[in-house]
Design a protein around this ligand. Structure first.
Ligand code: LIP
Length: 254
């Protein structure tokens, strides 16, 4: 399949899951907790992933699938879909309109869909990053050249001990940046960095499905996107920033 065909599959799956989630938004309750009492999953997560996996099985039957809520599926094509059916689960359950569907065909095509605003962020490996079909380069404001002018998004894990370490890191960034934002959905953070609604993002302790789509969208929007190596007790992470700011941010968070 061509990159554009893969993008079409991702778009159909994201919009289908997004419509299902939007119907439940504001009424869904916690179904269960996972790694900690604050790491929750809802029936909406599970229903959305079932819908996405059904479309992938029909339209890309030979591809592997890795999703947040289901078992990994092996493939024979060499392609792998990385799916977060509902990124920002806690926000969703609280009725906060900061959540998204994140679907990537790893390295080839990616969408982050925000059903509340009906905003589809998308990119292919050889095409521009777009918002509802418009190239982000054409609508994004000029990027900051100094970290002190950068609005930096980040997030925190569910484990209290990890949060102590992450608090130390953010205490270094806060005095150096314009300000910090903690939205609660990595996929949306990355999509908004690509769109210029945020200037940069870093986070450790995320999962591949949180960031796979947003990383490609940010890279195709011309941002520096890199993985942060594990350091001490802190796991790997992601940093996305304008090239002029990436080095200064990396020094503070690595
Ligand atoms: C969320 C991430 C967010 C992180 C949260 C949580 P989920 O994913 O998108 O960046 O800070 O702790 O992991 O669990 O809502 O799919």
């Amino acid at each position: 399949m061509s990159h554009d065909e893969l993008l079409d599959v991702a778009t159909e799956a994201a919009r289908t899951a997004g419509a299902l989630l939007l119907e439940r938004f504001g009424t869904e309750r916690v179904l269960a907790t996972k790694s900690t009492p604050t790491d929750v999953v809802s029936e909406a997560d599970l229903a959305a992933e079932r819908a996405i996996r059904g479309i992938l099985a029909r339209r890309a039957p030979d591809d592997a699938v890795m999703g947040e809520e289901g078992e990994d599926v092996a493939g024979t094509s060499g392609r792998r879909w990385v799916v977060d059916p509902l990124d920002g689960t806690v926000n969703f359950l609280y009725g906060l309109p900061l959540w998204a569907v994140s679907i990537a065909c790893e390295g080839l095509a990616a969408v982050v869909y925000d059903p509340v605003r009906d905003e589809l962020f998308a990119a292919t490996a050889d095409g521009p990053a777009t918002l509802n079909g418009t190239a982000l380069e054409a609508i994004r404001p000029p990027a900051p050249t100094e970290l002190s002018q950068a609005l930096v998004a980040t997030g925190f894990g569910y484990d209290p001990a990890r949060r102590v370490l992450q608090a130390e890191v953010v205490s270094r960034v806060l005095p150096q940046a314009r300000d910090i934002r903690r939205g609660g959905a990595a996929a949306l953070d990355l999509a908004w960095v690509a769109a210029g609604r945020l200037d940069a993002y870093y986070e450790r302790g995320i999962n591949p499905w949180d960031v796979a789509a947003g990383e490609l969208i940010c890279a195709r929007a011309g941002l520096t996107v890199e993985r942060l190596d594990p350091v001490g007790e802190l796991p790997w992470g992601v940093l996305a920033a304008p090239p002029a700011v990436a080095g200064a941010l990396r020094e503070l968070v690595r």
